[in-house]
Design a protein around this ligand. Structure first.
Ligand code: DC
Length: 221
């Protein structure tokens, strides 16, 4: 029996992966995995407990038994709603640093793969197509210019009531891109055969349509 299909959407910070992946998932009636949220949860735990973000073993221990619940757009861990706390730039930067640790990546692998449930899964992250779901039916590498990503992130943060300065965001995004792309383990890069989609000049609707069209073509082929 064929495995439950996966659409993998990878790309740099603030490329719009989350919005696009959720829209594709809801159009198809599939499940959605926000893999970055798992790294963010562990990073937040590390910040709260004073754990060294370079200590892979300690980070893996923080991921042990992690069972987040995704309910109505909120993320609950041990009954605490962490949805807002993990979205700060501090948590995102800490997640990027923690994610360079192979032991943590290995510790989160099973949790991510268990999200593959019928009728299908749309997964977003950095290594969905390269490492976690190498047999994904469609792999998308979603990108956009660093300036437009900084502007989108700025809008998102302001809407959530956080303060943010574009020039700081630009610097942080560039640093995170470099760290996520240059790490030795599961670096961010387009998977073999990935559809590379630059959304700088595309609307959300156009980007979603391009992914769905590519999926339909793959299935028909
Ligand atoms: O997608 P995001 O910005 O929420 O991810 C936060 C950090 O987590 C990102 O900078 C790198 C890391 N990450 C990763 O290494 N692999 C993934 N599949 C998802 C996120």
């Amino acid at each position: 029996m064929p495995e439950t299909p996966v659409i993998a959407i990878d790309g740099p910070t603030a490329s719009g992966k989350g919005t696009i992946a959720q829209r594709v998932a809801s159009t198809l009636g599939w499940h959605y995995l926000d893999s970055g949220s798992l790294y963010r949860i562990v990073a937040l735990r590390a910040l709260r407990t004073g754990t060294d973000l370079g200590d892979g073993g300690a980070l893996a221990a923080l991921a042990d038994g992690l069972a987040p619940r995704f309910e109505s757009g909120r993320i609950l861990v041990d009954d605490e709603d962490l949805s807002d706390a993990i979205r700060t730039e501090e948590a995102g930067n800490a997640a990027s640093r923690a994610a360079a640790q192979p032991l943590l990546r290995a510790a989160l692998l099973g949790l991510q793969r268990r999200a593959r449930r019928a009728p299908g899964l749309v997964a977003d992250g950095r290594d969905m197509g390269t490492v976690v779901f190498p047999d994904a039916v469609l792999k998308v590498y979603l990108t956009a210019s660093v300036e437009s990503r900084a502007q989108r992130r700025h809008k998102q943060l302001i809407e959530k009531g956080f303060s943010a300065i574009i020039s700081d965001l630009l610097r942080d995004l560039a640093e995170r891109d470099a760290r996520d792309m240059q790490r030795a383990e599961a670096p961010l890069e387009p998977a073999k055969g990935a559809l590379v989609l630059d959304s700088t000049r595309l609307t959300i609707d156009e980007t979603v349509a391009a992914v769905l069209e590519a999926y339909r073509r793959r299935v028909a082929a």
